[in-house]
Ligand binder design. Structure first.
Ligand code: F6P
Length: 341
């Protein structure tokens, strides 16, 4: 068989580990051939390919990013997008695709499957918000980066008796904020799932100063005050209709400084959370998902995403993963609230 591989959406550590596992097992165990499609769905759309063989995947296990490149291209928003993908796959003799991506990339994979394209999906997002899988690779790395940042911010906040607000990624799901905040001992954690009361956050900050510690507030970029909305970086929408968020941290710092009279500063971690080498957990998860993905292709079990449930790698229909986002349940937030203030 000839199999195409692509990585779509926001990159994250572990993508290369998946590509390596798919190719190593695909060639070594099954004797298949591969075509690397560049930059997400733009690759099959424009016929932009690269060699993907054992040599191409040597040494990439610990490397962040993706050797294939990524984009947020949506072929369903492009004239003759689906036809062009089908033509390019046929021209290169590609029988099936492994699409590594999050809700948008796998949403496209779902629709293409319905239109007769053979696709197997691998879940990817640092946000950990895909359903039907307990974890997505990249998340553990992002949480560790954010935790280390919080550890460092504690010491400088205390030296200067300041409030520090840390803004982390997470548009609609606050998993990174929740886990990084818990691991880093944040005084308050704010998530998109639950609107916050600014006065209550200010009270937590005051309480923290009374105990002679400086407060660290971890906020997801999509967190919202009770009477407000998400803070947008600009008004632009991407090809999947997402706005670019950013600014809640700065807004909060200004509000808290005004309310408490104590200096407050904001730190935006941004794409630092997505860069660099994956953790051991993410390398192992990505490798296991890659191995399972090529098994699914070899078995002709298309329209499925491989997933981790408990410690087992399973196959689930695309719709189970992309139908609805996996957000933080109130009881998980309740665990964190015990440590607020
Ligand atoms: O979807 C993953 C993610 O990292 C989100 O947490 C974040 O909101 C978004 O991507 C940022 O996208 P971009 O890299 O395109 O600015």
């Amino acid at each position: 068989m000839r199999i195409g591989v692509l990585t779509g959406g926001g990159d994250c550590p572990g993508l290369n580990a998946v590509i390596r596992a798919v190719v190593r097992k695909g060639i070594g165990t099954y004797g298949h051939e591969f075509v690397g499609f560049r930059d997400g769905w733009r690759g099959p759309l424009e016929g932009n390919v690269m060699d993907l063989n054992i040599k191409a995947v040597r040494g990439i296990l610990p490397r962040g990013g993706t050797i294939l490149g990524s984009s947020r291209t949506n072929p369903f928003k492009i004239d003759r997008g689906v036809e062009r993908i089908k033509e390019n796959l046929a021209e290169r003799g590609v029988d099936a695709l492994v699409a590594i991506g999050g809700e948008d990339t796998l949403g496209v994979a779902t629709k293409l499957t319905e239109l007769g394209v053979n696709v197997v999906g691998v879940p990817k997002t640092i946000d950990n918000d895909l359903n039907a899988t307990d974890y997505t690779f990249g998340f553990d790395t992002a949480v560790n980066i954010a935790m280390e940042a919080i550890d460092r911010l504690h010491t400088t906040a205390e030296s200067h008796h300041r409030t520090l607000v840390v803004e982390v990624m997470g548009r609609h799901a606050g998993w990174i904020a929740l886990h990084a905040g818990l691991a880093g001992g944040a005084n308050v954690i704010l998530l998109p799932e639950q609107k916050f009361d600014l006065d209550q956050v200010a009270n937590y900050v005051e309480k923290r100063y009374q105990t002679n510690y400086s407060p660290i507030i971890v906020t997801a970029e999509g967190a919202m005050p009770l009477d407000g909305q998400m803070v947008l970086a600009n008004g632009e929408l991407d090809a999947f209709g997402h706005v670019r968020l950013g600014g809640i941290g700065q807004w909060l710092a200004e509000q808290l400084e005004a309310k408490t009279g104590k200096e407050a500063r904001a730190v935006v971690l941004g794409h630092i959370q997505r860069g660099g080498a994956p953790t051991a957990f993410d390398r192992v998860l990505a490798t296991r998902l890659g191995l399972a993905a090529i098994d699914a292709v070899h078995a002709g079990d298309y329209g499925k995403m491989v997933a981790i449930q408990g410690t087992e790698i399973v196959r689930v229909p695309f719709i189970a993963a992309t139908g609805e986002l996996k957000t933080v349940p109130p009881e998980r937030y309740g665990e964190a609230e015990v440590f607020f203030g």
